[in-house]
Unconditional design. Structure first.
Length: 413
């Protein structure tokens, strides 16, 4: 019976800990930026593990990796399970990696049980989910879903001016398959919640119904470099004073659109960054999010009107990304919910606060997600932690949902 099947939680945990050694940081986290040497090492290890599990691995033009376990009917579109192996600069061990290795663990368990599925099963590693090195986030799953052009993605630059396409070539992960052409029948992603809800309510499984909307901005404040000692206060064009006022506004706007509105300024640069020169230029980023796109638009408008009050400097507002809220496929969500009920642990339906590759892929194929708790709801932090038994439970939900989807796919085709 599908509902009695169990994955090997120790093997899953050990695989996560093994990949966590790549670009490990002193306080327990990982700093494995996309397309870095560390990302290449993690990709090579993941490929080897897939091949050891009897999968064939194909790579598309943007380095998205697909490890395929054949089913009875090779003509059926595969059921894909995956996430991402890249991390934030001070990321944790579980964000993304759990979802990729949970997909691999489903395949390893099917091998152990000698179970043949109707549809093929594929485990996926999506390139550049974090958006920490190349903006925006979920870029390459976004190209796969038709949300960005290939050219846009290939020509994205990191802070040092390196192009995404050159970094893909450098680590030898520019694959032959056009991005978006590798057919998938449905996509499932397991992920730590990265927020406090499950833990606060003593629940173990999140049946994710969709993702909230996001707007990312690059803001440039241009004033005038001048001497800090001999320039009178009136008439200064201090870019940092104006930027500081607008950064405080981001916080104010998020709180004013609570309880779901969130706003973050994660990056700031000051030029010329000298203690005795009035800063003439400040660049900062904004990450606004809300489950309701209309409210997200209101947050946008509130910031733009606040910027108009900064009259003695030039403010350039570049909205680099607008990702509307997304609903996951009702059938997939229902199958995940039935699988969650079958593992017999407390669960809830919920909307994801974080963005995920599933939020992009869902705009192309039927998609759903499984959440498990993380300690104190903390993520994008080296102290990120998840309990082995929770990771196991989430992977059992994946296994059962994937088998149900594979059987349904066979019925529909
Ligand atoms: O930004 C996000 O929500 C994801 O971690 N990339
Ligand atoms: Mn993630
Ligand atoms: Mn993340």
């Amino acid at each position: 019976m599908i509902n009695d099947l169990q994955i090997n939680g120790t093997r899953l945990w050990d695989s996560i800990m093994e990949i966590a050694k790549i670009d490990a940081l002193p306080n327990g986290g990982c700093g494995r930026l996309t397309l870095s040497d560390g990302d290449k090492r993690a990709r090579d290890l993941f490929r080897r593990w897939c091949e050891d599990a009897g999968c064939t691995v194909v790579v598309d033009r943007l380095g998205n990796m697909f490890g395929r376990r054949e089913g009875r009917n090779p003509d059926l579109p595969p059921i894909a399970i995956g996430s991402h192996l890249d991390t934030q600069p001070h990321g944790g061990k579980f964000d993304g990696v759990y979802g990729v290795l949970a997909g691999l663990e489903v395949i390893r368990t099917l091998n152990d049980l000698g179970l043949e599925t109707d549809a093929p099963i594929e485990v996926v590693n999506w390139t550049n989910e974090e958006g920490a090195r190349f903006s925006p986030a979920m870029l390459c799953s976004g190209v796969y879903a038709g949300l960005f052009s290939l050219e846009f993605a290939l020509n994205q630059k990191d802070a040092d001016g390196a192009l995404l396409k050159d970094e893909l070539d450098r680590i030898d992960y520019a694959g032959p398959i056009p991005c978006g052409e590798h057919k998938l029948g449905a996509f499932l992603e397991a992920h730590i919640e990265q927020g406090p809800i499950l833990e606060a309510n003593d629940e173990v499984i999140g049946v994710v119904t969709g993702g909230q909307g996001q707007r990312w901005y690059d803001i440039t404040v241009t004033g005038q470099d001048a001497h800090s000692g001999s320039t009178p206060m009136p008439g200064r064009r201090d870019a940092l004073v104006s930027a500081a006022s607008l950064i405080a506004k981001v916080q104010e706007i998020a709180l004013a659109h609570g309880p779901h509105g969130v706003g973050t300024v994660g990056e700031v640069s000051v030029l010329p960054n000298s203690r005795n020169t009035i800063p003439g230029e400040v660049r900062f980023t904004i990450d606004f999010r809300h489950p309701d796109d209309h409210i997200l638009s209101a947050m946008d408008a509130a910031f733009r009107s606040a910027a108009e009050f900064e009259t003695n400097v030039q403010i350039d507002i570049d909205m680099v990304w607008h990702n509307p809220p997304v609903q996951f496929d009702a059938t997939c969500v229902s199958i995940v919910e039935q699988a969650a009920a079958s593992v017999g642990l407390p669960y809830r339906q919920m909307v994801s606060g974080a963005g995920h590759d599933a939020c992009q892929v869902a705009r192309k194929i039927p998609t759903a997600m499984v959440f498990v708790p993380c300690r104190d709801g903390l993520s994008h932090n080296e102290a990120e932690w998840a309990e082995p038994e929770h990771l196991t439970a989430g992977c059992n939900v994946l296994l059962r949902a994937a088998l149900e989807l594979s059987a349904q796919t066979a019925l529909e085709n």
